[in-house]
Design a binder for this molecule. Structure first.
Ligand code: LUZ
Ligand code: MOS
Length: 770
């Protein structure tokens, strides 16, 4: 492709004309929802008197569990979550009743008039306590390779301890929301801010006791999601749908920021116990690790997230003997949920921290330890899948060149020698990220393509556009196969009527599986069009042959057609081209189908949970990053001076979009490990509910120098058109900032152990203790 590919949403976003759910002027008769959120984390619900509230003027309805015609159940994987709790309240912010009013002000006033009586119970908020009481959604999960006790007892060195990582607020720009619109025949149309149209349709239909085909879910685009709408959008869609079913009026559910942060789940905090054995060069002998997560009040996706943490605790390192145990713990916090990385960052943080500890113990450069242990091609991951095409070592070399690693280390040492109140630090973090839903059945996707009679094209896939520009990537695929410019292709909203049973747009697989489904549909269209194309080309060639009888005879097969440059021609006769639009008109006249459906399922993915073994991933994405920081020891503040990222991404469909994903992911993880500070009090209430108190990184926190190098590769296991996924893997690079800060602090105080996140307070406390 000569010119850089088009970015479908760019112009719309930049001019502020892209439309989001809840942006539109309210429909006539539309009702606005406000909620009574639980003020307590754990309580017996005694009574809920809504009569005064319901009698106020402008109030259309006050809705509680009694109004649900179907099942009061919104759990999806594990059915443990009521829409409205009926006996026990389980977290602060849990919706207990919904007011529907003509405007939000009156709705808010009515919420205050609901009389709630409860009897407080003691909440469980922390992992330790939940684990000690056996509060797990499912029994412990295990992945075991070899005899870890024997291997540890014969290891020259063994370290043992605990490692913790905190929650993280998604802070998508667009809060949770859903518009519900009543249609005839009991149908309801939902404009839902969800990554999963199928889940919303399925859960709402159970709740309302309607068949799925009466619930239509449409997602035009989302203002960010990051996993926070993989499941968490469902509950708000349920409220909107229920409100519409009860009132037969349009309903708008739209959370304010403080409501959103209060009531929605976050990234899972983890607390992990480890015993790790290694030899005197730093080669890993054995790891025994228990990963415990804080899942919140209901299971949500906690089991899958724990599983992905278990799958990634090895990160880029071959650990010959390993035992991984995982327990997801039930607590009285909002149900924690998917967040970019889906447990992998929490698992990877454990092994990366251990590598740093080992390097310190042996007084070696941590990068050397990382190299010694890096996966070689074909090494087996703990769950038995061979790590094919491991590029870790090559990528390390490239990163060393790019950052001039040796000189940089010298320079940092020199700086630290000269300065006492300021210290610099560097750290390298690699990633090996498994691509595929670990729940194998989710690895399927569909696409529907229409070519209209003017030659313009409409494409629907199951994927949800949330700023990651999956739409542009799908359009690139279709454009290459039909040989038409991207400008002629429209990627439509995700809609259950056009593409049903769609997996969530998640697990970094959006472009892989939906792009492949679109590819298959477009390839079918090329086949369908070959007969009419051949007819037109034949006519052209016949005319030429009449004028030139030296021309060779026509080849009999029709497979040599080329669709490119908005034209179609036969490879044997490159001088005789027909226009794509002329072909479409002709095909229509010849009564040829101008639509196609494509279906894709990822090959070779499976996992046996009982044995803890299988082949859960179609392939891996590899990369590494180096961060250099400067820390002010007086204030604890830091600055990222430089970041170098080397990222392997196959044959990219769109380098600029990938670059945006890589940088955004790095910064988002940086936020988790060194900027954001999520705190709940002893009553289970999140303390920071606004952007002024919950600080996320902004443009000002970008590294002073940021170098991203994308390494092209030809992989036997890559996905659509040789490309590789980019959504989540680069999140891991941000961890290098945490370790760089810790290394800077250690220069002043060699035994300092930095608390995660590396916010100024942590730095100062580490120095105080050290
Ligand atoms: N969602 C899911 C995910 O259901 N399964 C996964 O493996 C996954 N991985 C990353 C993000 N979302
Ligand atoms: Mo996800 S954490 O929605 O891929």
């Amino acid at each position: 492709m000569k010119k850089p590919p088009w970015h479908i949403s760019g112009r719309l976003h930049v001019t502020g004309s892209s439309q989001f759910i809840g942006d539109s002027t309210p429909l006539p008769g539309m009702l606005h929802a406000k909620f009574l959120f639980s003020p307590v984390a754990h309580a017996r619900l005694l009574s809920l008197d809504t009569s005064v509230a319901a009698g106020l003027s402008g109030i259309a309805a006050v809705i509680t569990a009694n109004d649900i015609p179907g099942e009061n159940q919104i759990g999806h994987v594990i059915k443990d979550e009521p829409l409205f709790p009926v006996d026990v309240i389980k977290y602060v912010g849990q919706p207990l009743a919904m007011v529907l009013a003509e405007d939000t002000l009156r709705a808010e006033q009515a919420v205050k008039m609901i009389k709630l009586k409860y009897e407080e119970l003691v909440p469980i908020l922390e992992i330790d306590e939940a684990d000690a009481r056996g509060e797990w959604y499912v029994p412990e999960r295990r992945i075991v390779a070899g005899d870890v006790d024997t291997a540890l007892s014969s290891s020259p060195y063994v370290l043992e301890g605990w490692i913790e990582s905190p929650a993280q607020e998604h802070f998508y720009m667009e809060s949770q929301r859903c518009d519900a619109i009543p249609l005839d025949d009991e149908r309801i149309l939902l404009y839902s801010a969800t990554q999963s149209t199928m889940e919303v349709q399925e859960v709402v239909s159970h709740l309302l006791a309607l068949p799925a085909h009466k619930i239509i879910v449409d997602v035009p685009r989302l203002g960010g999601a990051f996993g926070g709408k993989e499941r968490s959008g469902t509950i708000w869609a349920c409220f909107a749908a229920l409100g519409t079913q009860v009132t037969r009026r349009p309903v708008r559910v739209l959370l304010e920021r403080r409501e959103d942060i209060l009531a929605t789940g976050k990234r899972h905090p983890f607390k992990s116990h480890y015993r790790i054995g290694f030899d005197d060069v730093g080669r890993l002998r054995a790891l025994d690790v228990e990963l415990l997560s804080n899942g919140g009040a209901y299971a949500d996706l906690s089991i899958a997230i724990l599983e992905r943490a278990m799958f990634h605790v090895d990160n880029a390192y071959h650990i010959p003997v390993i035992r991984i145990r995982g327990r997801a713990c039930r607590t009285n916090l909002p149900p924690n949920t998917a967040f970019r990385g889906f447990g992998a960052p929490q698992g990877i943080y454990v092994i990366e921290r251990l590598i740093e500890l080992i390097a310190r113990q042996l007084n070696k450069d941590a990068l050397e330890i990382r190299k010694i242990n890096a996966y070689r091609d074909g090494d087996l991951a703990p769950y038995g899948q061979p790590v094919r095409e491991s590029r870790i070592l090559d990528l390390f070399s490239r990163l060393e060149q790019l950052s001039d690693y040796r000189a940089l280390r010298k320079q940092v040492e020199g700086f630290n020698h000269r300065h006492h109140h300021k210290k610099q630090g560097i750290a390298v973090t690699p990633v090996k990220f498994g691509i595929s839903f670990t729940t194998a059945l989710l690895n399927q996707a569909s696409a529907l393509i229409w070519i209209y009679i003017d030659g313009s094209v409409s494409v629907t896939t199951g994927s949800v556009e949330m700023g990651q520009e999956v739409n542009t990537k799908v359009a690139v695929v279709v454009s290459r196969i039909l040989g038409i410019p991207i400008e002629r292709i429209r990627i439509e909203s995700s809609n259950t009527q056009r593409v049903g049973n769609a997996s969530p747009t998640a697990a970094s697989t959006g472009s892989d599986i939906n792009g492949n489904a679109a590819r298959i549909a477009a390839e079918k269209l090329v086949k369908q069009l070959s007969e009419p194309a051949w007819e037109l080309i034949n006519e052209l060639i016949k005319d030429t042959i009449a004028a030139d009888d030296h021309h060779p005879p026509l080849p009999p097969d029709r497979d040599g057609l080329v669709f490119a440059d908005d034209m179609v021609w036969s490879a044997a006769y490159p001088d005789h081209k027909i226009k794509f639009s002329a072909l479409i008109r002709h095909a229509y006249n010849q009564r040829i189908a101008l639509a196609a459906y494509g279906y894709y399922r990822t090959p070779d993915v499976w996992f046996d949970r009982d044995r803890g073994a299988g082949h859960p991933f179609h392939y891996y994405v590899f990369g590494c990053a180096l961060s250099q920081v400067e820390v002010d020891l007086m204030t604890g503040e830091h600055r990222i001076m430089a970041a170098y990222i080397v990222h392997e991404n196959g044959q990219t469909l769109h380098p600029e979009i990938d670059r945006g994903q890589i940088i955004g992911a790095y910064i988002q993880c940086y936020g988790w490990c060194a900027v954001e500070d999520i705190v709940h009090d002893k009553y289970g209430r999140y303390m920071a509910l606004t952007p002024s108190t919950y600080k996320i990184p902004s443009l000002r926190e970008l590294p002073d120098k940021l170098v991203v190098e994308m390494v092209e590769s030809k992989s036997r296991f890559a996905s659509v058109m040789g490309s590789k996924a980019t959504g989540e893997p680069p999140f891991i690079y941000g961890l290098s900032v945490f370790f760089a800060i810790e290394n800077a602090v250690r220069d002043a105080c060699p035994d300092a152990q930095l608390h995660f996140p590396a916010i100024p307070e942590s730095v100062v406390m580490a120095l105080d203790r050290g």
